[in-house]
Design a protein around this ligand. Sequence first.
Ligand SMILES: CC(=O)SCCNC(=O)CCNC(=O)[C@H](O)C(C)(C)COP(=O)(O)OP(=O)(O)OC[C@H]1O[C@@H](n2cnc3c(N)ncnc32)[C@H](O)[C@@H]1OP(=O)(O)O
Ligand SMILES: CC(=O)C(=O)O
Length: 535
Amino acid sequence: MTTKATAPDDTFHVFDTTLRDGAQREGINLTVADKLTIARHLDDFGVGFIEGGWPGANPRDTEFFARARQEIDFEHAQLVAFGATRRAGGKASEDPQVQALLDSGAPVITLVAKSHDRHVELALRTTLDENLEMVRDTVTHLREQGRRVFVDCEHFFDGYRTDAEYAKSVVRTAHEAGADVVILCDTNGGMLPAQVQAVVSTVLADTGARIGIHAQDDTGCAVANTLAAVDAGATHVQCTANGYGERVGNANLFPVVAALELKYGKTVLHEGALAEMTRISHAIAEVVNLTPSTHQPYVGVSAFAHKAGLHASAIKVDPDLYQHIDPERVGNTMRMLVSDMAGRASIELKGKELGIDLGDDRALVGRVVERVKERELKGYTYEAADASFELLLRAEVEGRPRRYFRVESWRAIVEDRPDGTHANEATVKLWAKGERIVATAEGNGPVNALDRALRVGLERIYPQLAKLELVDYKVRILEGRTGTESTTRVLITTGDGSGDWATVGVAENVIAASWQALEDAYTYGLLRAGVEPTD
Ligand SMILES: CC(=O)SCCNC(=O)CCNC(=O)[C@H](O)C(C)(C)COP(=O)(O)OP(=O)(O)OC[C@H]1O[C@@H](n2cnc3c(N)ncnc32)[C@H](O)[C@@H]1OP(=O)(O)O
Ligand SMILES: CC(=O)C(=O)O
């Protein structure tokens, strides 16, 4: 582990606490290996500080610091150990919890300190003076041991309401004892931006300490509160990747950093890092085993996805008209969604995205718009089934549907037996390359049996299909869609090892809807493989 004396640029700190506060989110349970992987991603991204956990609080965090020291050569970040001030009535130099922070070998230590009078009296069960002494003694001791110290003033904003002078005296004590930054924490996450801005301004003016911000997201304002603190003069922001954290989470690192770089014009990352943001956000989501939020600002797959026809018509002229930044700056991409809200421009842009030349054929584009609207009324959804849309578009452009096989008939049988067992069997009758094929297969359900029968029938003629795999299958009942009876929509995602595609089927019953989605899935798989249509 490199123990750099200072962060790359010490005038403004991006401090990440994914491995400490992020790990406090319900549902996240990181192994040491996970923590090491996330630390590497965060270092690549270029944050200045990575809070790795609370050494001594649990064996996992203790091991993380030991292994990070051995295994990671941090290029941009310094590793930070988190812990509390010493116990009331003791000495920092004799406190085992404080000693564990030193033993971690981390060059920087964040101490959580009480700054709310009620917490001191009720949670610590000590006096206000002794709490100040705990802060002074612990910071002094750690400084004497050569560590850089940051102090997190827990519940600062709530404490400021009940006793502003006491809250500020904790900041002054930490600062005078040698803490480099004193962080005002909105621990309960109840603050609003204007309140944060006012308090940060006053504390800066009254204490002379360098101020940081740590905002929980309980009002949905953590990012805004963080930026409000920066507006007021804070020069250290504590965030977590994807906003993971206790309860509803913390200030999300990615929108905070993007705002600092793109809206405030600050350089807080190394060159080229911002363009890696989407990849890093998704990679961390993968490690914590949570699906990345599709609607996350900047990095969500929907962050630059455009659905409304009017938006598309302006974007066709200039993408800036409906986007606050160029998505490539954060490593994301613009996408056009095709649905019944599409107009001609949406189809033209989607065609371009798919590499299909529509020329200036207004009539053709108009026909596609009409067809999409008519099919969406029946229950199809093309924004979730790009591959089915591409097949529909190509059919219009090429004057006939792409066909690699023709279906004579299909049938699926579900056999329930009195002993509770059952069997599923399907038969497909097809024509491909002039040959009539009859194939039968069993499966763990009727759709699986149909999928297998289709594959058994076609694989000999199209060996490319061997690589195809059903990745996801979703069914939704569309109540009263046609005004009479409900219909069923099936969305299938298929992969071939180098990418995934989604197809849709709609019918009165789930098996017929699945069959349509399967037919599109196989047809699109052959199209992707570059196979020429035969029929
Ligand atoms: C706002 C935040 O998110 S801060 C981060 C909080 N993170 C965590 O709590 C996760 C890790 N925590 C743990 O593993 C455990 O709580 C430990 C190891 C730290 C402590 O465990 P225990 O010794 O069993 O104590 P317990 O958790 O019941 O209570 C915490 C103790 O620390 C004391 N304490 C709380 N804050 C501070 C502080 N800033 N300075 C000193 N002592 C403190 C409490 O008064 C309480 O003391 P008590 O044991 O005399 O009642
Ligand atoms: C320190 C911290 O996590 C908080 O006050 O929320």
